[in-house]
Write a protein that binds this ligand. Structure first.
Ligand code: 13P
Ligand code: SF4
Length: 411
């Protein structure tokens, strides 16, 4: 495989990512405040959004790269980006797809930063993972910094509980946190295999009926929904650990009795859906099927008919009867795409107050064109690279996940 030529690649050190303060949202492009926005600077020219030739430029650059590049698109990406993806999927499928392409020199990841990091960990060192806009982060992933997680582990150690606790992190977390779980006998999960991963973790900690517990990072809702609805634990079995409070804000006795220690993190998009909106649709459309992502709050998930990952939602709509009516609670780009793909079914968006995932949306056609043209011209740009030691332990955790039996989504 030929090494990429041209300018040295800007590498985002993992340590810098894990301690970041969330970015302010500014307009992208050359006129933005580059000092306050990570990764907005695009060496060379970022094409104008109004350029009528953008689609043709993307196709030309893609054709020039041929098999040297593999373009992955998460289901939440804009249509204008998805059009140029070689494969689409949820974060679990995309991680596996990236790992299955050892011949591609460039993995162009149209998704968010933690997904690109995982792809880098799962691919070989001579493959470069490129994120077209480095400021495409995830507000949930930013709710857990590695230093805070290490402090939480010390709290568990201090309480004599670390030996019977297995850490499990959602894919939506930094590589440093994945490495933490790898070092401490834990694993990673995605929204499509959370039940399997949690069952595995409880086995390691002494069995579901034993005295062990799971430290679940960083999405309290996915952790709670899976523990209660799939594993049959009670809400009382779960405690919320607040990294901003001494001792996580949890009484040590309560911590000792908990089966699930849930990190106080959430998705800023899915956290806005409400159970009232579900009930409102049920009143308006008798017989409607409501499907939501497991990052939604527990009352929303229990009010819905089905819950599952983005891939699960895509497949549910594919299997649906013509004429059936659906309400979907997940990111708007995907819901709009599903409505367009299934004109024989009626698709509604769960809540008018919920908007796009702003970080997923940072990858737009101008950034994709810029990245593809740069690569085709021999400039390796926006490389996401995890340092060797972090990658090693994160890979331990990811390999444990990939060795688990296939994804399960609960309905
Ligand atoms: P999936 O794991 O379903 O792809 O979801 C990722 C994500 O970021 C959802 O908000
Ligand atoms: Fe992160 Fe939520 Fe956006 Fe998914 S939808 S990338 S969890 S902020």
């Amino acid at each position: 495989m030929t090494a990429p030529v041209g300018l040295p690649a800007p590498v985002v050190p993992v340590a810098a990512r894990s301690s970041v303060v969330p970015d302010s949202l500014l307009l992208l492009g050359r006129s933005g405040d580059l000092a306050s926005e990570r990764g907005v600077e695009c060496p060379g020219d970022l094409p104008r959004l109004s350029d009528p030739d953008l689609v043709a430029r993307a196709r030309r650059a893609r054709a020039r790269l041929g098999d040297r590049a593999f373009v992955l698109g998460h289901h939440y990406q804009r249509d204008e980006v998805i059009e140029h993806a070689d494969v689409t999927g949820d974060s679990f499928k995309l991680a596996k797809d990236a790992a299955a392409r050892p011949e591609a020199e460039f993995i162009v990841f149209c998704g968010v930063h933690f997904m690109a990091e995982s792809a880098d960990i799962l691919t070989s060192p001579d493959q470069a993972v490129v994120l077209p806009d480095l400021s495409a982060g995830c507000s949930m992933a930013d709710m857990a910094a590695i230093g805070q997680v290490e402090d939480a582990w010390q709290v568990l150690e201090g309480a004599g509980l670390a030996e019977t606790t297995v850490p499990v992190t959602y894919m939506n977390s930094s590589a440093a946190i994945k490495a933490f779980t790898g070092r401490h006998g834990g694993t990673v999960c995605t929204s499509s295999n959370a039940e399997t991963a949690l069952r595995w973790a409880f086995e390691q900690s002494g069995g579901l009926d034993g005295g062990g517990r799971v430290l679940f990072l960083p999405d309290q809702h996915l952790g709670r929904n899976t523990a209660v609805l799939a594993l049959g634990l009670s809400l009382d079995d779960c405690v919320v650990y607040d990294p901003w409070k001494p001792g996580g804000g949890v009484d040590p006795q309560r911590l000792a009795g908990a089966r699930m220690v849930l990190w106080r993190g959430h998705c800023s998009v899915h956290g806005r859906f409400t159970a009232d909106a579900v009930e409102g649709y049920r009143r308006k459309i008798p017989g409607v099927t409501v499907v939501v992502h497991p990052e939604c709050r527990h009352d929303v998930v229990t009010a819905a008919d089905l819950v599952g990952s983005t891939e699960f939602i895509v497949q549910a709509l594919e299997r649906a009867e013509p004429g059936s009516e659906w309400v979907i609670g997940t990111e708007l780009n995907l819901v709009k795409r599903l409505a367009g793909m299934h004109p024989d079914k009626k698709v509604h968006f769960l809540d008018r107050d919920v908007c796009y995932c702003s970080t997923m949306n940072r990858i737009d056609l101008p950034h994709l064109v810029w990245a593809l043209e740069s690569l085709a011209d021999g400039r390796l740009v926006n490389r996401v690279q995890v340092d060797d030691e972090t990658a090693h332990f994160a890979r331990v955790a990811l390999d444990r996940m990939l060795a688990l039996p296939g994804p399960t989504s609960k309905d």
